[in-house]
Design a protein around this ligand. Structure first.
Ligand code: G6Q
Length: 546
């Protein structure tokens, strides 16, 4: 699938980019725009209701041509087809990578080990819809006969970040008679604060865990069970107040949840790609099956765009290649995601996991250490709040931070001038970042000479602008799939496995070793390094017993 024989940095396409970088690295966007009045209308890509303006980047038409050559040389087309065909691209876990099957329409055929998985995906969506309708209509009663008012999703990582992000994003479409809360942290404060004002008789817990062995989730689930049974005083209540989403029916049953109340998904769905699976159940309860299906249709439309559009008009390919240009050639280490929509307050955190867990890899698929940068640090906050906090560093700091600005033409809460002010801020920021303010311009404003350098903005800070008409469930699906596939594009060029997460697995094992050393009644024989040993001893001295 990749040209494994030639090291990436020795490949013709890479070397051509390196040479080109030397020629264009000094160019300023001020000059690029001045010399080319058509640039802002030409370096754009519009598809699936998404307008991507990538003209405010430190690149030329030649850069794009060379980046597209790199994608071709990386075998991107073959890799995309292999993913959609269900090949086991996750080589270290020997698994297919088929989140695209979760949103394939009924009637499609996508095979894993010879089995068409689309019918079973559709069957789970049907089962979820039946359940969501019962809860939404009040027909699903708690143990004492009361209707459910609050749904608490217990899960962590991929079993939390997607649902919480999408629930916040689609709040405008949700049933306000129901509230959904999310508990993820093993810190008891999370579940204590999330349940303190709730009535157990009106609360339904969704225990979401692909493996159903994750310490944080199971600990929270046990605590929730105890909280519920303390009030309802009957084990039979579990059946009305606990539902599971998992790939592991055996562990679900051991926990005491009736397998009839379990919603299934499969090992070919990575945790961070699982929102469109049964992991999205809390979201479906909130917005209803129809809206959830609209979101799935949006995902699918972007999947098809990615699979079929020529690379120079392919949104995920363009975003992926432009990101790589900065990471691998300009040495940028991070990438900011800045949504100008309050509903997307959790989008950056969601994309942080998607990208950093997928492409935070130091060896290629064959296990050799790579000699080039892979995934960047992804971070961000919604605008305009970020402008009053960290944008300073982007404008005038010493680091190059490419940014994605995401905005909408219409607000879901049209009130007075709010939305025009929000949009003006977005456009003004990308303009200021690109063009800056020269010392001459500052002087012309009559600024005292001592302050001129302080008030000069170098500009030439790259941004992509993603402009969309309105935030809908369908559009949210498209935006998430856009970033999923961007990550795929980069991972393919970097020759890494974007679909395993051994670093997460490490964390799951390490803490389990230390817990008994913190709690044992007798002094444990500590065999860590001297720092860890001292920390454990100090903790034991001061911890609350019992
Ligand atoms: C995601 C990761 C990780 C995972 C959590 C929860 O891709 O694998 O974030 O989702 O560790 O795992 P479980 O769903 O198995 O509890």
């Amino acid at each position: 699938m990749t040209n494994g024989a030639v090291p990436l940095t020795q490949s013709i396409a890479w070397k051509a980019l390196l040479e080109h970088y030397e020629a264009v690295k000094g160019l300023h966007m001020r000059d690029l725009f001045a010399k080319d009045p058509g640039r802002g209308a030409r370096l754009v890509c519009e598809a699936q209701g998404i307008y991507l303006d990538y003209s405010k980047n430190r690149l030329t038409d030649d850069t794009m041509r060379l980046l597209l050559d790199l994608a071709d040389a990386a075998g991107l087309r073959v890799a995309i087809d292999a993913m959609f065909r269900g090949e086991k691209l996750n080589v270290t876990e020997h698994r297919a990578v088929l989140h695209v099957a979760l949103r394939a329409p009924a009637g499609a055929a996508i095979r894993v080990d010879g089995e068409n998985v689309v019918p079973k995906v559709q069957a789970v969506i049907e089962k979820m819809a039946g359940f969501a309708n019962l809860v939404r209509s009040g027909q699903w009663k708690g143990h004492t006969g009361k209707r459910i008012r609050t749904v608490v999703n217990i899960g962590i990582g991929g079993s939390d970040l997607g649902p919480v992000m999408a629930y916040e994003a689609l709040r405008a479409y949700s049933d306000r008679a129901l509230t959904v809360r999310f508990v993820s942290n093993v810190d008891a404060t999370d579940i204590a604060e999330s349940t303190r004002d709730l009535d157990p008789a009106e609360t339904l817990f969704l225990i979401c865990s692909k493996t159903f062995t994750t310490q944080e989730t199971l600990t929270n689930a046990q605590t929730a069970r105890a909280w519920c049974l303390q009030a309802l005083k009957n084990d039979a209540a579990v059946a009305r107040h606990f539902v599971a989403v998992s790939t592991n029916a055996g562990e679900v049953e051991k926990f005491g949840i009736d397998p009839a109340n379990m919603f299934e998904f499969w090992d070919w769905v990575g945790g961070r790609y699982s929102l469109p699976s049964a992991i999205g159940l809390s979201l479906m309860v909130a917005i209803g099956p129809e809206r959830f299906r609209e979101m799935l249709a949006g995902y699918h439309a972007m999947d098809e765009h990615f699979r079929t559009a020529p690379f120079d008009k392919n949104l995920p390919v363009l975003l992926g290649l432009i990101g790589l240009w900065y990471g691998n050639f300009f040495g940028a280490e991070s990438h900011a995601i800045l949504p100008y929509d309050h509903y997307l307050g959790r989008l950056s955190a969601y994309l942080q996991q998607l990208d950093m867990e997928s492409n935070g890899k130091r060896v290629d698929r064959g296990g050799s250490v790579v000699n080039y940068q892979t995934g960047p640090v992804i971070w961000g906050q919604p605008g305009t709040n970020g402008q009053h906090a960290f944008y300073q560093l982007i404008h005038q700091g010493t680091k190059l931070i490419p940014c994605d600005f995401i905005g909408f033409c219409r607000s879901l809460n049209p009130m007075g001038q709010h939305h025009d002010l929000l949009a003006s801020n977005l456009f003004a920021q990308t303009e200021a970042l690109a063009f800056g303010k020269t010392a001459a311009e500052v002087e012309a404003e009559g600024v005292t000479p001592a302050l001129v350098s302080h008030r000069t903005f170098p500009g030439n800070h790259p941004t992509n602008t993603i402009l969309v008409e309105e935030l809908t469930p369908e559009m949210l699906g498209k935006l998430i799939a856009l970033y999923e596939h961007k990550v795929f594009v980069q991972g393919t060029v970097w020759r890494i496995n974007s679909f395993d997460q051994w670093g997460v697995e490490l964390g799951k094992v390490l803490a389990k070793r230390i817990t008994p050393e913190l709690t044992s009644g007798t002094d444990p024989d500590l065999r860590h390094d001297s720092s860890t040993n001292e920390l454990i001893r100090r903790y034991r001295r001061f911890r609350r017993m019992g």
